[in-house]
Design a protein around this ligand. Structure first.
Ligand SMILES: C[S@@+](CC[C@H](N)C(=O)[O-])C[C@H]1O[C@@H](n2cnc3c(N)ncnc32)[C@H](O)[C@@H]1O
Length: 262
């Protein structure tokens, strides 16, 4: 049993920043430290110094660490009812206001979210200004996202007709069709440490801000609001209510959907 109070997290956070370029100081402390404790135990390390050495010499331990702290759980049309609301807003609001849309799926994991957006655009004949930008901090999952294959469970909200229209089933995996894959561009991006592109008509950022400290979350929403054009929409996760959206120049227009108003 590891005594968490003896672990040198200060050293480890600095080591991770210097060597893996991830700023762990941005994440909620207790939750993160619990996760680090579990994953270092799995790797057989007794101290964080020892664990850092293992991460730098063993690719499998490094991948295990990155996977465990980044939490990649996702699925197509996550919270189906909220996605239906978003689709409605795309049709009644965005496509009425704008000729072509620039869309960003931030913290996209293995791609289920940006591909869900691409399916919505395809089905509703929405013109895109450019490919949907899909970003994540984790390069390993982005590589997988680009290949576009998924397990059955990740498609539980996809209708039978859509499964047949947009996927090919092979060896138990569903691969997204090229016509949808080609609408998405994957790119590594760190929401905490990097600047954001601008001119977006929609930013979909779901189930990632829950892991950040409140001041970091605040900065992320501020930067996202700045990246939206007036009338653009920010779509958050089902537990990610933005309190006082007006402080960012946003207003709530549907459940977990906010419009940029200034
Ligand atoms: C739980 S998944 C959410 C996936 C998808 N948005 C959804 O709602 O289904 C969280 C994702 O956030 C990514 N992530 C964690 N920290 C990040 C950061 N600082 N910048 C960008 N992405 C980050 C993780 O790699 C992971 O893929």
């Amino acid at each position: 049993m590891i005594d968490m109070s003896t672990l040198n997290f200060e050293f480890f956070y600095k080591w991770v920043l210097d060597n893996l370029e991830i700023n762990l100081n941005a994440y909620k402390e207790k939750q993160l430290q619990r996760r680090i404790g579990t994953v270092m135990k799995q790797a057989g390390a007794a101290t964080l110094e020892e664990y850092a050495r293992s991460i730098s010499t063993d690719e499998i331990i490094k991948k295990q660490f990155l996977d465990y702290i980044t939490i990649n759980v996702t699925e197509f049309f996550r919270n189906k009812d909220l996605f239906e609301n978003f689709e409605l807003m795309v049709n009644t609001h965005l496509s009425v206001k704008f000729d072509a849309l620039k869309i960003w799926s931030a913290a996209c994991s293995i791609g289920a979210e940006p591909y869900s957006l691409a399916i919505i655009m395809e089905k509703n004949n929405i013109k895109l200004k450019q490919k949907i930008l899909a970003t994540d901090i984790d390069t390993t999952i982005l590589e997988r996202a680009g290949k576009g294959y998924f397990r059955e469970g990740e498609l539980k909200n996809v209708s039978l007709v859509d499964k047949e229209t947009y996927f090919t089933k092979d060896d138990g995996y569903y691969t997204i069709h090229r016509s949808i894959r080609d609408k998405v561009q994957f790119k590594q991006h760190d929401l905490v440490q990097e600047n954001y592109e601008s001119g977006f008509h929609a930013i979909v950022c779901r189930n990632v801000t829950i892991y950040f400290k409140s001041e970091v979350k605040d900065e992320i929403y501020r930067k996202m609001a700045d990246s939206l054009v007036k009338g653009g929409l920010l779509f958050t996760g089902a537990t990610e209510t933005i309190y006082q959206p007006d402080q960012y120049g946003l207003r709530k227009v549907a459940s977990f959907i906010y419009e940029k108003i200034v």
